[in-house]
Structure formats: C-alpha cells, structure tokens
Write a protein that binds this ligand. Structure first.
Ligand code: 5AD
Ligand code: FES
Length: 350
C-alpha cells in the first residue's frame, strides 16, 4: 500500500481524514517535502520568481485582532507614500530586475479609486514590461473593475480562514467573511490573476479549519497561495497568543504544492521572521516565489503587521542580493522575466 504522501502525489487530493493525519504528525515530513520538491521541479524546474513589495500606507480602517496596523493601535506612527515615492520604488526595483510590483496597504480611504488608477496607469506607462499586483483589501466590484481597466493584472487578498466561526474570532463584527469571499469571486470574474491564502497557527485555529482552507482554495483555484505563520504583535488584542509553528507552516506549504501543483507559492516574510532560515525551508518544502521589500527604508519599520519583521533596515538592493544568495543556497535560482517579455541583452550579472 502506498504511503499517504505518495497517494497525495499521485492523486493531488486526499480525504479529510487522511489530510488530518498528515497535518497532525511530523512522521511524514521527509517524504512530504521530497515529493513536494519533486512536483515543484516538474512544473517549475529550479526557478524562483521575485515580486517587489511596496507598502503604500499603514493607515487602516479595519481592526483585525491579529494585525499590528489595526486602527485601534495608537502606538504606531502612520505614513503614506506619495505617487513620486511609489514610482521611485518601482524605478529602483526595475533596475534590480523586478518585473512585478505589488502595491500593498491597509484599507486607507486616502487612496481613492482615482488615485490608485492614476498610480497603476503611470507604472504601466513607464514600465510596460511589468505586471502590477494590488493588495489593498476589500473593495466594491466597481473599484476592482476600474483598477483592472487601468492596467492592474493581479490582486492578492488572503481569505485568512475559510471557517465562518473562526473568521468571527479573528475579526470584529463589522467584518464579514461572506464579503471577503465575495470579493475573491468578483476579482476572478473581472479577470485578475488572484492570490489568496491564510495564516497558520492563528489563535483558535484547529486542524479542521486548515482542511477547510484547502477545500476553499480547491473551489477558488487561485493563481497564487500565500501562507505564513501567525506572528504576535504587542499592539493587538492577541498579544498573549503564541506564534504559529514553523514546521506546521512548512507542512502546509508541501500540501499546497501537492494539491495545487501549478500554484505560485511564496516563501513569506513571516516565515523568514519566525525562523532565520524560514524562507529557505519554505522553498525546500515547495514554495517558488519570494517577495522582497521595495518600500523606502524610512517607512519599513512602520509597516509592522507583526513584531520583529525582517528586512526593515536593508535597502531593496541588499534584500535582492541577500535573497539571491539564500535562494541559491538551497539549489534554486531567481528568474526575473515574466514570460511574455523578450529577454534583453545580458548586461552583467546582478
Ligand atoms: N502574523 C502573521 N501574518 C499576519 N498578517 C497580518 N497580521 C499578521 C500577523 N500578526 C497577514 C495577513 C494579511 C497579510 C498581508 O499579512 O494574512 O492578509
Ligand atoms: Fe532582506 Fe535578507 S532578504 S535582508
């Protein structure tokens, strides 16, 4: 009889009961990670994609219990990037080989639809060979549509947890999981490449919730799936809850790779914060994307979703170089083209 990891490798799916066994024990980890790496190799070779993250604003109208930039955290300095600062981050990123810019921020009314569309179309005008990804939270259908029409290609919106009761335990009453899921379906309908995902080890999470997350993703079929360990922050109501487990997060990455072989799976900053080699281990468990920070160094510490976030002192070029080495140290290589762009003459290695 085949082992559970073998079965998952063969079929791309397992019963809830078998998934539960895989999630709750570490005895299958070696086999699981090896098969996830194999599947990743079949689809993506040794390639690792980079996405440049630009953190626009840490103002947020929401009050998620786990998040350091929630509106009730009065102990942080709030900032917003100007259009010029954003474009200069993109210029810097473009010189470093980035061809995808991810504009992420809290839900900040200052960034009206018009403002976002202006920024998106300007980036597309200046860098026609680049993809623009937005990660700005829940918006009405019409807003998503205007961003798309202005040139945005992708949208990241983690579902956080697919279980309604668990969602209600992580968020205040004014937020609804129904709306979040509706947003994800709207994004798909409009034609975005959608990224979703969840936190591992968030307070009150049980195995059944994680299985529910996998089942929800099977329905949604997102292009990208981002997960990372829950990390505590002193300025939140969850400050006394422990960080999520790194081994569990790695196991979930491997399960994702085997269930969603085509998916872009980032080895996240949260994973790198939870463990010094977290991102390397994430790549070895099946992840194939890294998202270095391109935000101006002066605001990096302020975009503090959780404590001790890494890469807050380093310039974009330093993170780029650092990740290049880290990715190479586990046998993979960063690639910088996004497929439809003709490679240009190679002017020296970066
Ligand atoms: N720990 C880990 N991840 C967090 N996020 C927000 N707060 C935390 C935290 N305390 C994640 C959420 C969000 C993404 C941008 O960051 O999943 O979608
Ligand atoms: Fe930022 Fe290593 S990736 S310093």
């Amino acid at each position: 009889m085949e082992s559970l990891p073998e079965c998952l490798y063969q079929n791309g799916d397992l019963s809830d009961e078998d998934l539960k066994t895989l999630i709750e024990t570490n005895q299958y980890d070696q086999a699981l990670f090896a098969l996830a790496a194999q599947r990743r190799k079949e689809y993506y070779g040794n390639d690792v994609y980079i996405r440049g993250l630009i953190e626009l604003t840490n103002f947020c109208k929401n009050n998620c219990y786990y998040c350091g930039i929630r509106r009730d955290n009065k102990n942080i300095v709030r900032y917003r990037l100007t259009d010029e600062e954003i474009l200069s981050c993109c210029g810097n990123g473009h010189r470093l080989g980035f061809r995808t810019f991810v504009l992420q921020g809290g839900e900040d009314a200052y960034y009206t639809d018009e403002r976002i569309c202006g920024i998106v179309s300007e980036i597309k005008r200046l860098y026609p060979d680049c993809a623009v990804t937005l990660s700005l939270g829940e918006k009405p259908y019409a807003s998503y549509k205007t961003f798309f029409d202005a040139g945005a290609n992708r949208y990241l919106l983690r579902h956080e947890t697919a279980n309604p009761e668990h969602y209600a335990a992580l968020h205040p009453e004014e937020m609804s999981q129904e709306n979040r899921k509706e947003c994800l379906w709207n994004l798909k309908k409009i034609g975005y490449q959608v990224g979703s995902g969840f936190m591992v080890g968030s307070p009150f999470q049980i195995t059944a919730h994680l299985i529910g997350d996998l089942r929800f993703l099977q329905q949604l079929q997102p292009a990208m799936i981002g997960i990372g360990p829950y990390m505590t922050h002193n300025g939140t109501p969850f400050k006394d809850y422990p960080n999520g487990s790194v081994p569990l997060c790695l196991r979930m990455i491997a399960l994702l790779r085997l269930m969603f072989p085509y998916a872009l799976i980032p080895s996240t900053t949260a994973l790198g914060t939870a463990h010094p080699q977290g991102r390397e281990m994430g790549l070895l468990a099946g992840a194939n994307v890294v998202m270095p920070n391109l935000s101006p160094v002066k605001v990096r510490k302020l975009y503090e979703l959780y404590e001790n976030k890494i890469c807050t002192d380093e310039e974009a070029a330093e993170c780029r170089g650092c990740l290049q080495r880290r990715v190479a140290s586990v046998g993979y290589q960063i690639v910088t083209n996004i497929g439809h762009v003709k490679p240009r003459k190679n002017i020296g290695k970066s």
